[in-house]
Design a protein around this ligand. Sequence first.
Ligand code: ACO
Length: 337
Amino acid sequence: MPIFICGTGSYVPKKVLTNDELSLRVDTNDEWIRTRTGIRERRIASEEEASSDLCYHASLRALEAARLGPEAIDLILVATITPDTPFPATACYLQRCLNCRPIPALDINAACSGFPYGLHLARQCLLGDPHCRHILFVCGDKMSSVTDWQDRSSCVLLGDGAGAVIVGRSEDSEGNSPPEGLRLQISDILLGADGLGADQIIMPAGGSRRPASPQTVEGREHFFRMDGKRVFREAVQVMGECAEEILRRNGLSSGEIDYLIPHQANIRIINAVAQHLQIPQDRITITLDRYGNTSTSAIPIALDEAVRSERIARGKKLLTLAFGAGLTWGAALLQSE
Ligand code: ACO
């Protein structure tokens, strides 16, 4: 039975932090950041805004696009690596904000690969449970809450935001079709992980292995850390292989992909992957120049922008491609209807 994305929405905080402003905080400059990463500016949430607040605004927009109210949602899935609190789940805070029925709500942590991972779970839930008709799947991260503003190699990269999709069946258990409008059929999803790379992108403390203590705070262990050079190499290789594999098993060539929506970590990674796949620039959706790396939400924000710009006509093939901490990776092949 076909499963669809029948509404998208996104949200970024109002506050813009430019490269020039960052260069007043750490030893960096606009030229280095632009040429080495492609980022011009990023959005930073206010102190009052937590990840669930970002998710809330994105969810309202996705619900509106799908012409559904919160009462129509049967399950909430949130992908985040910056939960409001370690527990309860950010999805439960979101459920409270949306005033949903007492439906199940849970978080997943697949870092920057959260979009294809969560989409896979959403699809399986819809296929396995006839009572589940619409899933609100939101990716949201307040990366500024785990950014080390003294580390110039990582603080220039990260930004805050959220992206949401409503996932549903072609028809519900009563035989009703979903609302009209652009729908994206989920054709295939490919996922992978390699825990041997777990230390490459990590927040070392604050979990059961290294609970918060004066020492962990002193050692700045509650911040995002990354072995940037190594991650760069792995990202280029793994995203290329992942794309090739999903295309191969669907009998497609890269020339048949109308839009590539990659994780937005570094323009040089995106260009290297696109070059490897021979996908031209005008078929790639880019948001990192304006938002930086918004972690889990990077792909659904880019997807929402592409949908709302009406660039995606019916009958087009989209490939989303993710890579992140874990290490995790994934691709989702979508077809617009
Ligand atoms: N401003 C100025 N100079 C800088 C800065 C900065 N912000 N950061 C580093 N430098 C300097 C370094 O100190 C180094 O100087 P040196 O040669 O004197 O030692 C020089 O610039 C080169 O540093 P590199 O680390 O080699 O820079 P590189 O070109 O590798 O770029 C970067 C670093 C941007 C982090 C890159 O490695 C990268 O993008 N990595 C992958 C990121 C990624 O894929 N993340 C995805 C998963 S994580 C997630 O999505 C949440």
